[in-house]
Design a protein around this ligand. Structure first.
Ligand code: ZN
Length: 394
């Protein structure tokens, strides 16, 4: 009898000790296992859309920008602005314009911007470089030689660039100010750029307004269907559509989110994600509790397809740099935990890590032989479908 009581007490003790160890173990796991938040050590967001320089190619040194990022921002897709605002003395006199809305004179493509971005990046120690994904922007998307520019930049600065963009096709107040041929979604030169980006693995950040400034009559915005066709012609290219096509004046129609869903639901466009950068876009999204709720519903439903970006242009201080993020607070409050993490941090890593890895592989294998392709004399990168019928046979 006595021995059985002792035995029972012993087994109880064993059970108790084992449970205690288990509890201590679980508590330890809780403390040491990286959760989504602790793994990011206080990181608030990654920035998929950032301009280091402005419309007259002036900006902030990348070292100083790192200070603005602080411990809030981990990674940034960094680029200049491909267009330069001309200072025409006969029009503007001594009033030197540094923004496209400050002058009636033209914008022109400024390809040196890519070298400027590469140099800034290369000045950083490898430890600091890890925070940036530089992008090539200084090409004219209406020029059949745009692809040659991209190749040339990759050859001059191997190991630097992750993608191309932000480049602009249709943009309120900007498109018609650009000298030369107006960019369009049906220009074969654009297809060559998308094809080459797909082949190399460069992530492609395109700005194209969904509509004209005054909404086009009818239920389809002016540029939406042509843009979808472009996306569909390039399933191999990783595409980010900036601002979901919205702008300062180009407002979301009542069916804007349904239009986005046409892309999200189409398996032929799984390669397309949206950035919700720019405070001018945030203003539409958080315009009212209802608009914020509709956007949150869409993003919660497709959490892998949206990326946050600031669209800050050469910010002077951290308040102006963080403005877009702050503006979005009402949206952040409505996203579920998984979607919030993906939109602000996780999707950036997926899209840009994938692109960087592909580009490095391509550079190793193909960069040397790309010299011969610099002139790209033939049209082999143009899908026949975009050519006018009279050119389709040649
Ligand atoms: Zn931008």
């Amino acid at each position: 009898m006595r021995t059985s009581i002792v035995r029972d007490l012993r087994s109880l003790l064993v059970v108790f000790t084992t449970s205690l160890c288990l509890v201590v173990f679980l508590v330890n796991i809780g403390l040491t296992q990286p959760t989504q938040n602790s793994a990011n050590q206080g990181i608030t967001f990654n920035d998929a859309h950032f301009h280091l320089t402005n419309y007259i190619q002036k900006g902030i040194r990348i070292e100083d920008f790192l200070k603005l990022m602080g411990d809030k921002v981990d990674r940034v897709a960094v680029f200049g602005i491909p267009l330069h605002q001309k200072w025409d003395y006969f029009v503007d006199g001594n009033r030197s314009p540094d923004y496209y809305l400050l002058s009636d004179t033209e914008l022109y493509y400024y390809s040196l911007v890519d070298a400027m971005i590469a140099q800034e990046y290369l000045r950083l120690t490898p430890d600091k470089q890890k925070h940036f994904d530089p992008m090539i922007t200084g090409f004219n998307p209406t020029d059949m030689y745009a692809t040659a520019h991209i190749l040339r930049v990759l050859r001059l600065f191997p190991g630097v660039f992750t993608g191309i963009g932000e480049f602009t096709i249709h943009k309120e107040f900007v498109s018609d100010k650009v000298g030369g041929h107006t960019a369009s979604l049906t220009n074969p030169s654009l297809d060559r750029v998308f094809s080459m980006a797909g082949e190399i693995g460069l992530v492609t950040l395109i700005h194209c307004d969904i509509d004209t400034v005054r909404p086009t009559p009818g239920d389809r915005p002016a540029y939406f269907d042509k843009l979808k066709q472009l996306f569909k012609r390039h399933p191999e290219t990783s595409i980010i559509w900036a601002h979901t096509g919205l702008g300062r004046i180009v407002a979301p129609r009542s069916n804007h989110l349904d239009l986005l869903e046409e892309i999200l639901d189409d398996p032929e466009m799984n390669n397309v994600v949206f950035d919700i950068s720019w405070d001018e876009v945030a203003k539409w999204v958080v315009k009212s509790p209802e608009t914020a709720q509709s956007w949150a519903r869409l993003i919660n439903g497709y959490p892998n397809r949206f990326l946050f970006g600031t669209d800050a242009v050469a910010p002077k201080d951290s308040v102006s740099y963080l403005k877009t993020y702050q503006d979005y607070k009402p949206l952040w409050n409505l996203l579920d935990k998984d979607a919030l993490f993906k939109v602000t941090v996780g999707n950036y890593r997926r899209v840009f890590d994938e692109a960087a890895a592909k580009v490095r592989v391509w550079e190793k294998a193909k960069l040397q032989e790309s010299e011969a392709r610099l002139d790209l004399p033939n049209a082999d990168l143009i899908p026949k479908t975009v050519l006018l019928p009279q050119y389709q046979s040649s």
